[in-house]
Design a protein around this ligand. Sequence first.
Ligand code: ADP
Length: 364
Amino acid sequence: MTQGLPSVLIVDDEEVVRDSCSHALAKVGYAVDVAEDGTVGLEKVEHLKPDLVLLDLKMPGMSGMDVLTKISEIDPNIVTVVITGYATVSSAVEAMKRGAYDFLPKPFTPDELRIIVKRGVEKRRLVLETQALQEERDLMKRNFITMVSHELRTPFAAILQYFEVILGGAAGEVPPEQRQILERMKIRIQGLLTLTRDWLNLAQIEKGKLVEKFQDLDLAPIISETVDLMREEAEAKKVTFDINLPDPLTTIRGDMRTLNQVFINLIANAIKYNVEGGKITITGREDDSNVLIDVSDTGIGISEKDLPFIFDEFYRVRTNGREGTGLGLSIARKIVEAHSGSISASSELNKGSTFVVSLPKARE
Ligand code: ADP
């Protein structure tokens, strides 16, 4: 619809219905296409992405109901109007339940057809317009946050340095009561600095420049180095590591710096959300086309209700005072997806969580 005439696909086994509807609609400025059965209809829906489908419910071969379900799988925003016989009002109701926008009982006049199609196409236009506005609003919001993060990063870093100077005693003796308050202020500023840094990281990945930096990589040393980096943090909580990485792992194509970030984020969480004296198990394995890394912990776990949302930006749960921005997992997911891979999580409350990173093997 965005380019030119609104388009309508008529799926009906009766040639006379196809012809008369085509005629009635083409006359008032619709781009019309026809299909004689459900199979051809679905091919055309897939290919043409029409604004509206006029669908006969009673056709030989694939049933109209099945076609209806498949259309909404292809694109839930395509408006469907079903054509029904007098005796099949109940199937019209069933069709509406399956997402049809309206129904047209047979026999109908060209005017009745045009009124219903006009309304359907108008609805489609409004849905698309709303979607475009929402996308634009989201983009503006993201750009705004990125701009603000940019602006705030430098002053936050400067404030943090002043805190270091004052707390270090370089600006004179700090009485203990003031030191306590200043320490708390410093932690807050540190949190804000991390938040701006994380957001800017996320915005950077979205720019999609990562592929240019891809090289053949073995994940085993990358993960081992990350573990070494985080050992001190783990030891402070008496958390131990159990690493099972075949050496070498099959090569993948990727960017070392950002993949490092993925494992830093996952391991940092596995420590942060672990229990005192807990364990982190990291296992490398592979299937036909992917290298898979499991990062498991024995921590507090994530409830079934929260699990679907943990990769969303700013989503935080059950943090019990643990510091964080709610961006670590969304950054990890963005990076992995920029590598054409996937990341998933499974968890059981009070038992622990497992995150699985899957990255495609480099082609020979
Ligand atoms: P945060 O900065 O809050 O850690 P993340 O994006 O890294 O943000 O994680 C989002 C939320 O998912 C966390 O707030 C936490 O509730 C949950 N979560 C992430 N990793 C784990 C884990 N290993 N065990 C339990 N909960 C976790």
